[in-house]
Each structure stands twice: as C-alpha cells, then as structure tokens.
Design a binder for this molecule. Structure first.
Ligand code: NAD
Length: 295
C-alpha cells in the first residue's frame, strides 16, 4: 500500500483515482471544484481542502489537469510542498514545452518525474484499461509502472522527458485525420447508394481498416458500441480532439515538421467546434461533412 495524492479529479482523474483505491492504495485528493471533491469521497478518495494537505506524506503525486498552464502552476506549488525523492506523474495531455518545464521543476527539487498522458477516454479510465505513454528517466518509469498498471492495461516507455506527450499528439493526429477520412468515405458511399453495412463489411476487413471504422464507426449500426448509436454523446468530445490537433500543430511548427493533413484536420475540427459541436463526440463531424450539421 502506498500513499498517493491525486490532483485534478474530473472526468478522467476521478475514475483513475478510484482504481488506485481499488488496488489497495491510500489516496488523498484535491480539486478546485467542491462538487468534484465530494463525488470522489464517495469512491474512497480522502477529500482535501488544499494541495499541501493532499500531498502531506504522499510518496507519489499524480496530476490530471486541463492544460499545460494548470500543470506548471500546480507543479510549482507541488515541488515546494513535497520532500526530495517523491515521485511526480503528470497524466494530463499538454504541450511538450510545459511537460519538459514540469520535469525541470521536479529535477531541481530532487524529485522523480514522468509525463504519462493516456489514451482510452473516460470508458478506459473507469475500466482501468487506459494506455499510458510515458516520458522520463528509467528510474522514474520503473517507480511509476506499478501505479500506472492499476489504472491501465498497456504502459509504453516512449523515451526521455516529453516523449509521452510527443507520442500522444502524434497518435491523436492520426486519429483526427483518419476519422475525417472515414466520415468522407461514408458520406460518399451514401451518395453512391451504398448501405452503411456494406461499406463497413468491405472497408473494415480491407485496406481501409483502422480504429475509426473498425471500433468507432461514425454511422449507426455496424459497430453497436460507437457513439453514432447514442446521438454522438461522447466518448471523446470534439473540443478535446481540437485541443490535441492544435498541440500537434504547435509541435510541428516548433520542430519544422510538415503536417499538411494534420493542419487541415485542425481547421475542420475548429470549424466544427464553432458550429456549436464542442461537447459532441468527435465522430459527429460526419454531419458537417455531409452538410447536415444540426447544432
Ligand atoms: P476535466 O475538466 O473533467 O477535469 C479536470 C479537473 O481539474 C477539473 O475537475 C478541475 O476542477 C481540476 N483543476 C483545474 N485546475 C486545478 C488546480 N489548479 N488544482 C486542482 N484541480 C484543478 O478534464 P478531463 O476530461 O478529466 O481531462 C483531464 C486531462 O486528460 C486533459 O488534459 C485532457 O486533455 C486529458 N484527456 C481527456 C480524455 C477524455 O476523454 N476526457 C481522454 C484522454 C486525455
């Protein structure tokens, strides 16, 4: 049993902390939202009124926050509040510079640190089946692995500081581009008189196969668990997809990589968000591509 502090107990952090409790750890939590804190108390997390109360006697601190600025601000307070040697893990999806900045803060305080963003969404967070993409030194990865294993099914050490965030934005750029491609194919198939099932049966077993069609098909019917069967309730909200595509564009600009399809995907999701679809599942972009967006 380890004493763990969990900071940021929202849609992802809450169920992740609950899985640490189920694995037998003592978890103290802090969140700016009182309603969120209250909800996590019900699943065995000790609610704390301040960050310093939550991290008191914690051997490991995990953050799951909206953006890089939140992570840097929390980590600045964190490194002042914990003893050297404490393991600090950030599971948020943030820009690579912020991730490296957080590692620098930890190093200056003599703490071990890991950036470990996740894939798998709120369903994976609840089921404990997340994929973790980790960046940091080997010693930090080895120390963090047992905790990550309580919250996920697959843990990949991608390299040094920031490598987890790099893998995350590359993966999600593939996802954004592939979802748009799959939606375009279904919209074209509809115009050509192809049934959804016929296109799915061919493409999901041919060279068109990918996660966006095989697991998350953007039309109702072929994959009963996809959000298309549930009014495009997320799932993975379009706003989060746009966030990740913009992080990929920021990284491409900074590194000199050429990502023209990633740029186009960011533009399309930006437009989709402006049409009032931020909170809908990202696969609902098929409606905009058909020219039938209803929101
Ligand atoms: P969320 O908004 O539900 O949760 C974030 C929580 O952080 C909120 O409860 C908020 O009150 C809290 N918070 C903000 N600033 C704080 C501070 N200074 N101190 C303490 N608490 C603070 O967001 P989420 O959906 O849980 O996402 C968290 C992170 O996970 C994001 O970086 C997101 O991109 C990433 N992510 C989300 C999903 C998903 O499907 N939701 C999937 C993969 C990755």
């Amino acid at each position: 049993m380890t004493q763990i502090a969990f900071i940021g107990l929202g849609n992802m952090g809450g169920p992740m902390a609950a899985n640490l409790v189920k694995a037998g750890h003592q978890v103290a939590g802090f969140d700016l939202s009182e309603a969120v804190l209250k909800a996590t108390a019900e699943i065995g997390v000790k609610p704390c009124g301040t960050l310093s109360e939550a991290v008191q006697s914690a051997q490991c601190v995990i953050t799951m926050l909206p953006k890089g600025a939140h992570v840097l601000s929390v980590w600045r307070d964190l490194v002042a509040a914990v003893p050297a040697g404490t393991l600090l893990i950030d599971c948020s999806t943030v820009d690579i510079d912020s991730a490296r900045g957080a590692h620098d803060l930890a190093e200056q305080a003599g703490c071990l640190s890991l950036d470990a963003p996740v894939s798998g969404g709120t369903g994976g967070a609840s089921a404990g089946t997340l994929t973790f993409m980790a960046g940091g030194i080997e010693a930090a990865f080895a120390a963090a692995e047992p905790f990550l294993a309580s919250m996920g099914a697959r843990i990949v050490h991608c390299g040094g500081a920031g490598a987890g965030q790099a893998a995350k934005i590359c993966n999600n750029m593939i996802l954004g581009i592939s979802m748009i491609g799959v939606c375009e194919a279904f919209a074209l198939g509809e115009k050509l008189g192809l049934s959804h099932q016929a296109l799915f049966d061919v493409a999901s077993t041919s060279s068109g196969q990918c996660w966006s069609i095989n697991t998350y098909c953007p039309v109702p019917g072929p994959v009963p668990t996809s959000p298309a069967n549930n009014g495009y309730k997320p799932g993975f909200a379009a706003a989060l997809m746009l966030k990740d595509l913009l992080l990929a564009q920021e990284a491409a600009l900074a590194s000199g990589a050429s990502t023209p399809l990633g740029a186009e995907a960011a533009q399309l999701y930006g437009l989709f968000e402006k049409q009032g679809n931020a909170g809908r599942d990202f696969s609902a972009i098929i409606e905009m591509l058909r020219g039938t967006s209803v929101s």
